[in-house]
Design a protein around this ligand. Structure first.
Ligand SMILES: Cc1cc2nc3c(=O)[nH]c(=O)nc-3n(C[C@H](O)[C@H](O)[C@H](O)COP(=O)(O)O)c2cc1C
Length: 225
């Protein structure tokens, strides 16, 4: 399985990508190893925090060795509950350990998910602060960032080095320009998430207009003036 991650990472680099993000969040395979509710193993990959983190760290190390730690990032979702990942007592201990070990591997970034804005429990501030302390490469925060003020606060307070934005980019192809100009943001229509419409995945993904009413793909920064 480790080899499959390595193989895919190498293919991504060969295809011209700058790097890969390992998906250790939201109930995907790597998180299934971290969480004792899904990881019922009795070998060295299950049981203790260290054992449950082993697979994630082995995959990360193998990918970093293959393509370079400077091309390897990872996404994690402490306190996340996506895909029925129930909470467990050692969540903070697990992520503090991971942050420390990921720093030793030297991955270029750690990307934290907070899905409070999607109805999940918030990631406690102390959890983020501990990870921040132990992981000193680039820390990315994501989830619910829709204003310049919130993004600036996360960056200027030092809580994050970068902020990632999802849904606002779906509904606002010119999201950055709208933040700069103060143009109002359109809301993404949840009904078109995750499912194709009559026009395939274009529906609800690439059909939101720019702030000036032009279709996406015909970007003209003129409305900023
Ligand atoms: C349509 C859609 C698909 C998504 N697919 C994934 C996914 O495959 N893996 C993942 O980790 N997060 C996925 N997410 C979650 C986003 O990456 C992000 O964490 C979430 O939207 C919160 O950020 P936001 O408030 O900026 O949108 C998806 C979100 C949306 C709206």
């Amino acid at each position: 399985m480790r080899d499959e991650f390595v193989h895919s990472a190498k293919l991504a680099i060969e295809a011209g990508f700058d790097g890969v993000e390992l998906h250790g969040a939201n109930g995907y395979l790597l998180e299934q190893f971290l969480n004792p509710n899904s990881n019922q193993r009795t070998d060295e990959y299950g049981g203790s925090v260290k054992n449950r983190a082993r697979f994630v760290l082995e995959v990360t190390k193998a990918v970093a060795d293959a393509i370079g730690a400077e091309r390897t990032g990872i996404r994690l979702s402490p306190w996340g509950m996506a895909s029925d990942m129930a909470h467990y007592p050692e969540i903070d201990e697990t992520y503090a350990y991971l942050a420390e070990e990921l720093q030793k591997i030297g991955v270029v970034y750690l990307h934290l998910v907070d899905h409070e804005s999607m109805g999940a429990p918030a990631v406690p501030a102390q959890t983020v602060a501990t990870i921040r302390e132990k992981f000193t490469n680039t820390l990315i925060l994501s989830g619910g960032y829709t204003t310049l003020e919130a993004i600036d606060e996360a960056l200027e307070s030092g809580r994050a080095d970068l902020v990632a934005v999802g849904r606002p980019f779906i509904a606002n192809p010119d999201f950055v320009e709208r933040l700069k100009s103060g143009a109002p943001l359109a809301e993404a229509d949840q009904a078109t998430f995750y499912a194709p419409g009559p026009n395939g995945f274009a529906d609800g993904y690439t059909d939101y207009p720019m702030a000036d009413g032009q279709p996406a793909g015909t970007f003209s920064p003129s409305y900023q003036a």
